[in-house]
Design a protein around this ligand. Structure first.
Ligand code: F6P
Length: 332
């Protein structure tokens, strides 16, 4: 394939996610395949502002497909939100001869990419966040690993909650997004799941569900709360204590969900998306984001992608109830 693209940059930005390294590796290897240079940009958009740029070599990406975190480091750049910051970033692109950028991250990363594209630098976004909250794609790299980490932890919690006949309130990540909480809640057979997207009627969505479980013979209860639902797990536990006289134990899973070796799904998705992104730049595409739709990779205009809205789950609440039993999900 003949191309005018000689050199592309790759960066990881925003909250890290397992599979970021696999995506960086795939971008590098695709560049080798197309005979172009791959420049690593360190510390997200800050790296472009501060010229933290280095040509990646084979050894830089050797044995990283299995590693959590990101070898390129990550950051949420305040300076890149300013005109001045973006001008510096553009100057770095000119200095290093960067013909295009692959930006790996979430919505915030894509917004940054859109801003840079206004200076004439072609960008392609790869969706990568444990929140799975990017509207344009059915899947974001990192979600599967994070969900499995949370499930493993909650299964362990259940053992001790069952022995002591306790109520567990466990908080999973997701300040604005309940997808992880809902998915994990279904997978662990939670008594109730609380997500930020839904209006919560505490009596209906938690208290009555615990009562129903008790009436069904259960003596331990698992309440899964997304970080951004109500005021978090401590608030939920307090209310359960006040109303039911139980003595709930709170567990915040926190950043543990962002680490660890990526699952096969995350490694393979990252590998496919990394190649797709580089191929897109080589073919002259610009300002697109890669997305997974019905198992296939597609690319979508970045502005269109940022304007899309995602439903929490592509199922109505009746179907969810039928699937999970009566005591799982809070939505009416
Ligand atoms: O966007 C990913 C995410 O892990 C969210 O689920 C969480 O709310 C947030 O990042 C935490 O950010 P930080 O690492 O800056 O505390």
């Amino acid at each position: 394939m003949s191309t005018s693209v000689k050199r592309i940059g790759v960066l990881t930005s925003g909250g890290d996610a397992p599979g970021m390294n696999a995506a960086v590796r795939a971008v590098y290897r695709a560049c080798v395949n197309f005979g172009i240079d791959c420049l690593g940009i360190y510390r997200g958009w800050n790296g472009l502002i501060n010229s933290e740029v280095k040509r990646l070599e084979r050894n830089d990406v050797a044995h990283i497909i299995n590693r959590g975190g990101t070898i390129l480091y990550s950051a949420r750049s305040k300076e890149f939100m300013t005109d001045e910051g973006r001008k510096k970033a553009y100057a770095t692109c000119k200095l290093f001869g960067i013909d295009g950028i692959v930006a790996i991250g979430g919505d915030g990363t894509f917004r940054g990419a859109l801003e840079l594209s206004k200076y004439g630098i072609p960008v392609i976004g790869i969706p990568c966040t444990i929140d799975n909250d990017i509207s344009s794609t059915g899947y974001t790299i990192g979600f599967d690993t994070a969900a499995n980490t949370a499930i493993e932890c909650i299964d362990k919690l259940r053992d001790t909650m069952q022995s002591h006949e306790r109520c567990s309130v466990v908080e999973v990540m997701g300040r604005n997004a309940g997808y992880l909480a809902m998915y994990v809640g279904i997978a662990v057979g939670a008594t109730a799941v609380l997500v930020p997207e839904e209006t919560i009627d505490f009596d209906r969505d938690v208290i009555e569900k615990i009562r129903a479980a008790r009436l069904n013979g259960f003596t331990h209860y698992m309440i899964v709360v997304a970080e951004g639902a109500m005021n978090g797990a401590y608030d939920v536990a307090e209310k359960i204590k006040d109303t039911l006289g139980l003595d709930p134990r709170v567990t915040i899973l926190g950043h543990i969900q962002r680490g660890g070796s990526p699952t096969a799904r995350d490694r393979v998705t990252a590998t496919r998306m990394g190649y797709y992104a580089v191929k897109s730049l080589v073919e002259g595409k610009a300002n697109r984001v890669v997305a997974l739709k019905s198992g296939d990779l597609i690319d979508i205009d970045i502005i269109e992608a940022l304007n899309m809205t995602k439903t929490l789950y592509p199922l109505d609440s009746e179907t969810l109830r039928a699937m999970t039993g009566t005591n799982t999900y809070s939505r009416n």
